[in-house]
Design a protein around this ligand. Structure first.
Ligand SMILES: CC(C)(COP(=O)(O)OP(=O)(O)OC[C@H]1O[C@@H](n2cnc3c(N)ncnc32)[C@H](O)[C@@H]1OP(=O)(O)O)[C@@H](O)C(=O)NCCC(=O)NCCS
Length: 190
């Protein structure tokens, strides 16, 4: 698992999405994510279905898009049977409360700048803060393709158990326990 939090100071803080962000021309390789950002993110936030957090362009970076990236955070639950046996043993006997980073993307004009890493790190820190107040046992992500799955696997995520027929279907849902996540942040702060 990669050490969390590297390179944080190069970017501004994330903030909740505004309708101006939605119309800013954000684009990544997955059109479904672009459509979500443009048309549904603000509306779903208003309805309190989820929250979209936006990484704005820093003041001194006129050549970059107005929004460098975003992610969406919501609560979800996970059926125990989709988790591997050693994990299940330590969890309660009912569906598991979890935080869902349902969508995460950086603009395609900001490749190889560490934006994806920064977004996920911010999501993790936010999840751990909420977890300290309200509880929750897992963080969940939906990888849209193999590249995204590798990005998450490099940061400690493992696939949920799925039927063999679905093994090669996307998106794929991955999880990390909040105990593991917290431990990685505690170790990184030492
Ligand atoms: C998946 C995703 C979030 C990963 O974020 P990311 O690591 O910042 O990814 P990028 O595509 O910008 O860059 C990836 C490459 O840049 C490298 N890189 C990352 N940070 C870097 C930095 N600060 N300096 C130099 N290189 C860097 C990575 O190591 C990787 O190299 P590789 O292709 O040789 O392995 C991003 O690719 C993305 O938003 N994709 C489109 C939407 C998507 O698929 N979202 C996930 C599913 S919801």
């Amino acid at each position: 698992m990669r050490t969390p939090g590297s390179g944080l100071s190069r970017f501004d803080d994330l903030r909740p999405i505004t309708s101006t962000d939605a119309a800013s021309g954000f684009r990544c390789e997955h059109e479904a994510l672009n459509v979500f950002f443009r048309q549904y993110a603000t509306q779903q936030g208003r309805r309190e279905e989820n929250r979209t957090w936006v990484l704005p362009r820093p003041e001194n970076a006129a050549g970059l898009p107005l929004v460098l990236g975003f992610y969406t955070l919501a609560m979800t639950q996970v059926e125990r049977g989709t988790l591997p046996a050693p994990i299940i043993k330590r969890l309660p006997d009912y569906p598991i409360r979890a935080f869902l980073v349902g969508r995460l993307a950086r603009d395609e004009r900001c490749k190889r700048m560490g934006v994806g890493e920064h977004l996920l790190d911010d999501a993790h820190r936010r999840i751990l803060r909420v977890n300290a107040e309200a509880g929750g046992l897992l963080a969940i992500v939906d990888a849209k393709d193999a590249q995204a799955a590798k990005f998450y696997a490099d940061r400690g995520y493992a696939p949920l158990v799925r039927a063999e027929a679905e093994a090669n279907r996307w998106p794929q849902r991955l999880y990390v326990t909040l105990a593991t996540l917290r431990a990685s942040y505690v170790a990184a702060s030492r």
